[in-house]
Design a protein around this ligand. Sequence first.
Ligand SMILES: *Cc1c(COP(=O)(O)O)cnc(C)c1O
Length: 502
Amino acid sequence: MSVYRSTRSSAEQQVSFEDAVITGLAKDGGLFIPSEIPSVPADFLSAWRDLSFQELAFKIMRLYIKEAEIPDKDLKDLVERSYSTFRSEEVTPTVKLDSHDNLFLLELFHGPTYAFKDVALQFVGNLFEYFLQRKNKGKAEDDPTRDTITVVGATSGDTGSAAIYGLRNKKDVSVFILYPTGRISPIQELQMTTVVDDNIHTLSVNGTFDDCQALVKEVFNDSEFNDKWHIGAINSINWARILAQITYYFYSYLQVSQAVGHGRVKFIVPSGNFGDILAGFYASQMGLPVEKLVVATNENDILNRFLNTGKYDKGDVKPTHSPAMDIVVSSNFERFLWYMIKKTIGKNDEKATGEILNNYMKELSTKGVFTVPQEVLDKATSILDSDRITNKETVSTIKKIYEATSNNYIIDPHTSVGIATTLNQIKKDNDPSIAYVSLSTAHPAKFSEVVDEALTSYPDYSFEKDVLPDELKNLSTLPKKIKLIEIATLESIKDTIIKTLS
Ligand SMILES: *Cc1c(COP(=O)(O)O)cnc(C)c1O
């Protein structure tokens, strides 16, 4: 147990947890998955009931990481440090909304950047540092043979700040985050540029988000440069991010099932790259008896279309009110599909599973579309349900929840896509014996425009007073560190990296 394989390779090729985390992507272009999904103890519902978030995280991660790779003491310490930065003692509290029976909200935004990506990236940052420190043990500070990583990434908002806060001040790690000048929200820009630690470099690039992404790709493909500077990524396909997210499904389930006195719980997840909900899938395969996992998409609805038709078809990306979910393909969906294929062709045929998946991915990159057989779709829909929410519904649901809750609860537009999906589920199921946990992926202060649009007509509403936390209010007064990249070329990016690190 706890070795990792690629989703695409037909050959048996296994790597350690450390290699899966540090390399991110398998050599054959596939994603790393655990060779076997571990099971939770049979009595976990009672035995784990009173554990803290941190204790639970340790128990779950222990099942996926060999003790020989990270001893108990070190893993405990990593978990402790990763969640000490959260503003809530519970890390990811579940709250009851009094607007509807059986409706719960799992708040994932109490980390340093006020969005759910912190739950994973706070841990991944510490993990990177841990592995590097171990490799560099006994080497002097200025020893040129020290192992280092240069993380390079592009962001349209959320991921960049979560990565920066995860990696700030980490030894032997340097971070370069590219974002399009003038095209991200002021708060998101401030969250990145006010981190002035020596190892953090935000590059404001004259161009679009696609330009930034293309540049990052070019940097990765430049093998000579990559080898010299040990370019790394911590994007959403990194296995450690999925692993860290499994915890809150268990944590919330244990709380909600106790509160309602039964175990029928659906989780509804605002989805883009399918990383968040994939962690819920792993939880279910480990033995968490969830009733259903529900994918909530915005108008970029490739997942919803797939679950209705079996056709995975790239469309064009549309800018929506929930930008962190504006995707063309969902990169982590490949992992889920691997399991669905394997379930249809028999237990131990991983070779054939990898080959079938590899062909789908080839079709996706050449034709932009592939279709799975009905039996694979049936497996998928036995676990997942889905819905698609428009911009208009996103705004109206923010209003609806504000009006209907006695404490005038304010949700962000991503959370709103989830809640709108949840309300549709409640209506469709019409079954009071099901509890619904809707995942709240961002604090409303991060997406002020849409929240303001929804609530500005209420005389009592004030963004400054009701939404904006003091910590974010003060950002604009802090010193900033930005480097402007006027001419967006591979050479200028490489130059900047070389000059900064030399
Ligand atoms: C990244 C993100 C999502 C989407 O999560 P995936 O793991 O990509 O499906 C949803 N909401 C917010 C606020 C995010 O930052």
